[in-house]
Design a protein around this ligand. Structure first.
Ligand SMILES: *Cc1c(COP(=O)(O)O)cnc(C)c1O
Length: 219
């Protein structure tokens, strides 16, 4: 099936309150343009340089989401244009995003990445650390960032039960953070293999790559 057909098919199954991020990492601009011409406007990348290059080349009404691990020293390369940063996992990083956003007179939306997987390889903050961060005075002093929700990645496993437990954990973390921060609205969870389950567990934003663009080739 074509990229357009894949997109249409996925869009048709998504409830209205769920936002689709088309994860286009490693894919050429021609593939992204095919998705763009089919109506897709939100694209997710996991490398800042690649995202910046694609931003330069592509139409300016695209919303660029950084879904990968962010190195503090590279925030400056996306501060001008990034729409949402999913992978915020420290106050230090948030402070740098705030600083770079200020230079461009912007407020940048961010998600706190919460570690829900049992694998050590996955990034993210602990739930107590995220709670403490949002409650801190240092956090409320940052005027050029806006934390709008949470993001998480489940363990890479076939065990649907385990994935469900991890998604449930992210949802309950969101619910508890929302009690003190009623402006939180986004739960970014679910990828090609598990986005339907994620939506059942309360996801409001899914990050889908290979089901739209086909398998990635990293060579
Ligand atoms: C690559 C990636 C995705 C998309 O993965 P697919 O399985 O291709 O849908 C989603 N989220 C993150 C953080 C990713 O790095």
């Amino acid at each position: 099936m074509s990229i357009k057909q894949n997109l249409n098919q996925i869009q048709a199954t998504l409830p209205k309150h769920v936002t689709l991020v088309a994860v286009s990492k490693t894919k050429p601009v021609s593939d992204l343009m095919e998705a763009y011409n089919a109506g897709q406007r939100i694209f997710g990348e996991n490398k800042i340089q690649e995202m910046a290059d694609k931003f330069q080349e592509m139409p300016k009404d695209i919303k660029w989401h950084m879904i990968g691990h962010v190195q503090t020293n590279k925030v400056k390369y996306m501060a001008e244009f990034v729409d949402l940063i999913h992978g915020v996992e420290s106050f230090k990083l948030l402070k740098e995003i705030n600083k770079q956003a200020k230079k461009h007179d912007r407020v940048i939306d961010c998600l706190l990445q919460i570690k829900i997987a049992s694998e050590d390889s996955k990034f993210g903050m602990s739930i107590p650390d995220a709670t403490a961060l949002l409650a801190s005075e240092d956090f409320s002093a940052l005027k050029n960032i806006n934390v709008i929700g949470v993001m998480g990645m489940a363990t890479f496993t076939e065990d649907q039960n385990q994935i469900k437990q991890e998604f449930d954990l992210l949802k309950s973390t969101f619910d508890s953070l929302q009690k003190t921060h009623p402006n939180l609205k986004t739960i970014s969870m679910g990828m090609s293999g598990d986005y339907q389950l994620a939506i059942d567990c309360g996801s409001t934003m899914v990050r889908v790559g290979s089901s739209i663009f086909g398998a990635r080739n990293y060579n």
